[in-house]
Design a protein. Structure first.
Length: 87
């Protein structure tokens, strides 16, 4: 499995790796940190109170009409993203 996305547990510091954001968010707990290591090309539906960051230098490209991030949870932090219009 390649390490596109990881989840670091807030309490233990343990980090687990997943191939998709969907898998990562499904296994994350409130307060965990999700790190995007590689653009998986998927939509990010954020339904938990987590911190989400990108590794330095990662550029995520999307067409301007694509809805890339949907947040339905309170107290989320999204940082270090570089988003570029692909058009």
């Amino acid at each position: 499995m390649s390490a596109e996305v990881s989840v670091r547990n807030k309490l233990t510091g343990d980090e687990k790796f997943y191939s998709t954001f969907k898998e990562a968010i499904a296994n994350a707990q409130t307060g965990d940190t999700i790190t995007i290591h590689k653009d998986t090309g998927e939509q990010m539906n954020i339904n938990k109170s987590v911190d989400i960051i990108c590794v330095p230098g990662l550029i995520i490209k999307r067409k301007k009409e694509q809805m890339f991030i949907i947040v339905t949870a309170d107290e989320c932090s999204i940082s270090s993203f570089t988003l570029v219009n692909e058009d």
